[in-house]
Design a binder for this molecule. Structure first.
Ligand SMILES: CC(C)(COP(=O)(O)OP(=O)(O)OC[C@H]1O[C@@H](n2cnc3c(N)ncnc32)[C@H](O)[C@@H]1OP(=O)(O)O)[C@@H](O)C(=O)NCCC(=O)NCCS
Length: 145
């Protein structure tokens, strides 16, 4: 597996991946295309080097010294193999090099896998946003990098 920055040519594949579960933001191919065109956005992708298929991605909006994690998905058949952990570790190093010192994110309070993942990376819940996802609450989490 290798981790690199996503390009506009990846928009369709990323959109298919984003649509594959309930907890990610379901950005369309054109939403990915415009996101990837923004200087303030960075999307890191994990690619299976044997098949060349994108198995996960994580997206950020940068406003140094802050950045917001805006989307994260790992392909269903690649779960629990450390893909998300590798994506985050790689992204945080690159963001540090881009003068980012603090990461924020919102996560559904019922999304146990993601809450565990962020807990493992020492994110702390700093606020609860009521009914942020229709009727479900979001935890606003923060971490210094
Ligand atoms: C959350 C998600 C990105 C994790 O991806 P992953 O590649 O399977 O995660 P990793 O294998 O890197 O796991 C890292 C840690 O996350 C936690 N974790 C991941 N999946 C978990 C699960 N199903 N149950 C409990 N904890 C889990 C664990 O702490 C795990 O460490 P461990 O394997 O040593 O116990 C993935 O489940 C996913 O795509 N979910 C749907 C989209 C989503 O929720 N995005 C986040 C939006 S804020």
């Amino acid at each position: 597996m290798k981790i690199t920055l996503a390009q506009i040519a990846d928009a369709k594949e990323l959109a298919e991946l984003a649509a594959s579960n309930n907890y990610s933001a379901h950005w369309s191919p054109s939403a990915f295309t415009s996101e990837l065109g923004l200087p303030a956005a960075k999307i890191y992708k994990a690619t299976n080097t044997s098949t060349n298929i994108i198995v996960g991605f994580v997206a950020f909006r940068l406003s140094p010294p802050q950045a917001e994690l805006t989307n994260l998905v790992v392909q269903k058949t690649s779960l629990r193999q450390g893909v998300a952990a590798k994506l985050l570790a790689f992204a945080f190093e690159d963001l540090k090099a881009n003068k980012v010192k603090e990461i924020t994110l919102e996560v559904n309070v019922n999304n146990k896998p993601a809450l565990n993942l962020y807990g493992k990376f020492a994110f702390k819940t700093v606020n609860i946003r009521k009914n942020f996802y229709n009727k479900e609450d979001a935890a606003l989490m923060l971490k210094q990098i």
